[in-house]
Design a protein around this ligand. Structure first.
Ligand SMILES: [Zn+2]
Length: 151
């Protein structure tokens, strides 16, 4: 998988919500197709994080692809809620840009539990994680948000 290509798309999506630039795509590792996309919409619903929106988009699209083939790309590390949703969806691979530690350093509200920690606690198998893909570009989204909104 060309991780940067999919992360670039997630970043493009993230630009759609400068107040919560959490963009996400789910791709099929077999044919490289993007199957679902999502953007944080917590103004509409507080649990509509980018990853949740994308998992819902995939379910709505009713594409019939084995979960084992799915790779989820997200501009920032999945929070514990989203990590749980990824686990329950059976998605085995997560690629992320900005780390929770970075969001916290920027003063953005976070639950301090890494996605690897959540994945390691699942009794039915976790997901593998690739960190730091286009990290500088992803960090820039959140640095810009922090400049406008934090303290
Ligand atoms: Zn989340």
């Amino acid at each position: 998988m060309d991780h940067e290509r999919y992360m670039r798309r997630a970043i493009e999506i993230a630009h759609g919500n400068p107040d919560a630039p959490f963009g996400c795509v789910i791709a099929d590792r077999e044919n490289g197709e993007i199957l679902a996309e999502g953007l944080n919409d917590d103004q509409r619903n507080p649990i509509l994080h980018g990853e949740i929106a994308t998992i819902l988009d995939l379910a709505d699209s009713q594409v019939d692809v084995e979960a084992q083939r799915l790779v989820l790309y997200t501009t920032a590390e999945p929070c514990p809620m989203c990590s749980g949703a990824i686990l329950w969806s059976g998605i085995p691979s997560v690629v992320l840009g900005t780390a929770i530690a970075t969001l916290k350093r920027l003063g953005l509200p976070q639950i301090e539990l890494s996605c690897e920690e959540v994945a390691s606690l699942a009794s039915f198998g976790g997901f593998e994680v690739v960190r730091g893909v286009l990290e500088a570009e992803c960090d820039a989204l959140f640095e810009e948000l922090a400049r406008r909104t934090v303290g």
